[in-house]
Ligand binder design. Structure first.
Ligand code: NAD
Ligand code: ZN
Length: 589
């Protein structure tokens, strides 16, 4: 009956369960008059249970005894944030080919931290190859005789879906010794030979067991209702440590040394253009069980790729790494940021695409850019292609703990790529400086980067060494400029190109920006000058052969980036940009 955002917890739980639309009927079963009345008062359905019960399962069994039901799901009254996807997963096992064998279904979640694995408050479960439960225990099961053996541990989550018969059996059958000694209800089913099918769900939910939990839940509710990003007073983290200078790459191993934790390795994620570059690899100076993973930047990073790397690291090492070091362009830097987050947060990287969804601090992570322009080295985002969207994990834990800026590392970048990624920086500045979110903070960085870009890309009095140093700092300032404002039209449309056609960020921005003189007249004029000066030829007619479906998807993706349009065109952006307009622009590219 405690208040959660203006309604009692139980009412919230009831409404959330109903809102999933997964059930024919939802009831609150209670022995409390107060709760019964409250639910009815709110237009819900409640059942008074007659007897005193040892546990919720018994109470539910009593309630459904005379109902004509097939499957009954027990949602705990103190779980107002019970997720639809978790309930869906537990129900979906009854659609599988082995449905007839299943007496009840429940959920389990992957756990990795030995503290949690050995914590008796977290109930572990082991399963057979079809995911039927073999046993539940407060002990770590299986027991890892060899601590380095890779095995996945699962924690049991207390959501059950019962066949009615199994539920009633439970109610009638006396407790047996194993349940009594472990104090785990569902062992009773195993002791009586029932089949429990387990589904995996890695979505975290908040249970409310203590007053502190309630305070936290109230906060989550408040923040959840307030998903509008606070652009006016953004409180964002900056990179706390940075080293700059030609040859500073040699400092890397001494910078890392104090961060090394006992047996925990450093993991280096390195762009595979450096695969045969013995000099670079040598200078990284790997020690002990440190690991070098080469990654391709051919395609932009994907949530799935992040998940795989994380899984492999967890499979190979008993300890969470001492840190992640990303050496490469925007692609590798973003991948490194995401991996460092996912080593301490459950589920898939896709669960965290959006704003401030990350709960737990990431592990120590270091960024070493080898190409300049994206500003990924300073930003609090990591842009990822997910199953449903291309969107960043924007969080305070994304930002690097340390950045190393050595302009010499960019010496080998091919000319075209240098231009595309450099233009990402230029476009960041144009979009930030012409946006409605602009303020002095953003402006001071944006103007500096804009001037540097003009000098780098349009004057001929810089040496290559000077030019590399300046572009590295332009990238940094451009990134800082958008941190307190936002990008705009070119980025929104370029995300569409990238999602549908796989066109990479840098070149995609150039292709789009070339056609945006209506929105950024001065910026586009200078861009064209730069393009001619460096004799860059952009592809043409890339949208000519799109199907209607592809074109619509592209437009959907572009329009979904609300903050970008708000920045570019103001609050009433919807009246200023139409689907037809976007289609026209895409067809010109
Ligand atoms: P990239 O990392 O994709 O690399 C481009 C190409 O250059 C690759 O083929 C790579 O192998 C090569 N390369 C990198 N360094 C090199 C070197 N020193 N010598 C030779 N070749 C080298 O390119 P990018 O433009 O830096 O990054 C694009 C990515 O950055 C996109 O995925 C984009 O979404 C992301 N991005 C992120 C942010 C952010 O704030 N997090 C901002 C902008 C862009
Ligand atoms: Zn960009």
């Amino acid at each position: 009956m405690q208040d959660l955002g203006g309604k009692p917890v139980i009412v919230r739980t009831y409404e959330a369960t109903k809102d999933t639309r997964l059930f024919d009927e939802v009831y609150v079963v209670t022995d409390s008059e107060l709760i019964f009345k409250e639910i009815e008062l709110n237009g819900g359905k409640a059942i008074m249970s007659i007897k005193e019960h040892d546990c919720g399962t018994d109470r539910i069994a009593e309630a459904v005894e005379d109902m004509d039901v097939d499957i009954v799901v027990n949602v705990q009254g103190d779980e107002p944030f019970t997720s639809k996807s978790g309930l869906k997963q537990v129900l979906s096992v009854f659609d599988g080919p082995d449905a007839d064998k299943i007496d009840l279904a429940s959920l389990m979640t992957e756990i990795y931290d030995w503290k949690e694995i050995s914590d008796p408050n977290s109930v572990k479960v082991i399963v057979d190859k079809e995911n039927f439960a073999l046993y539940f225990s407060r002990s770590p099961i299986p027991y890892p005789r060899d601590k380095n053996a890779a095995v996945q541990y699962y924690k049991h989550k207390g959501i059950y879906a019962f066949r009615k018969k199994a539920l009633l059996d439970f109610y009638r059958l006396p407790m047996r010794p194993m349940e009594a000694v472990e104090k785990i209800e569902c062992i009773r089913f195993l002791e009586y030979g029932k089949n429990i099918k387990m589904a995996i769900s890695n979505i975290q939910s908040i249970e409310i067991d203590t007053p502190d939990d309630l305070i936290r839940a109230n906060k989550v509710l408040k923040d959840g209702n307030n998903i509008v990003v606070n652009n006016q007073y953004r409180n964002f983290p900056m990179v706390p440590k940075v080293v700059y200078g030609r040859g500073s790459f040699d400092q890397l191993s001494s910078i890392l040394a104090p961060q090394r934790k006992d047996k925990a390795p450093f993991i280096y994620l390195v762009d595979d253009v450096f695969k045969d570059n013995a000099d670079i690899i040598d200078r990284m100076n790997l020690r002990f069980n440190d690991k070098l993973i080469f990654v391709s930047a051919e395609e932009e990073p994907k949530t799935e790729q992040v998940d795989t790397i994380v899984k492999n690291i967890k499979g190979e090492f008993t300890y969470i790494p001492s840190g992640i070091i990303g050496v490469g362009g925007g692609s590798v830097l973003d991948l490194s940021k995401a991996v460092s987050i996912m080593l301490t947060n459950k589920g898939s990287a896709a669960d965290y695409q959006g704003w401030d969804l990350v709960n737990t601090k990431s592990i120590y992570h270091v960024g070493v850019p080898t190409i300049s322009g994206t500003g990924a080295e300073v930003s609090r985002t990591t842009v990822l292609m997910g199953p449903e969207k291309k969107l960043g994990i924007n969080s305070d834990f994304t930002t690097f703990d340390q950045v190393l800026l050595d302009p010499d590392l960019t010496a080998s970048v091919p000319k075209d790529q240098w231009f595309y990624t450099g233009m990402d920086c230029f476009i960041h500045c144009v979009e930030s400086l012409n946006g409605t979110f602009l303020n002095e903070f953003s402006k001071s960085y944006g103007e500096k980067a804009y001037d540097l870009c003009k000098e780098i890309f349009l004057s001929d009095n810089l040496s290559e060494v000077e030019s590399r140093g300046k572009l590295m700092m332009a990238s940094w300032h451009g990134g800082m400029s958008i941190a307190y404002s936002q990008v705009g039209v070119a980025h929104a449309m370029s995300y569409g190109l990238s999602y549908v056609l796989g066109i990479k960020h840098g070149i995609g921005n150039c292709i789009v920006f070339d056609h945006l003189k209506e929105y950024y007249p001065e910026g586009v004029r200078i861009f064209k000058e730069m393009k001619d000066y460096h004799n860059i030829k952009l592809p043409q007619g890339i949208c000519n052969n799109l199907t209607e479906y592809q074109m619509n998807t592209m437009i959907d993706i572009a329009l979904s980036l609300v903050p970008l349009w708000e920045n570019a065109l103001g609050d009433d952006w919807k009246s200023k940009i139409t689907r037809d307009k976007l289609q026209d622009l895409y067809l010109k590219m």
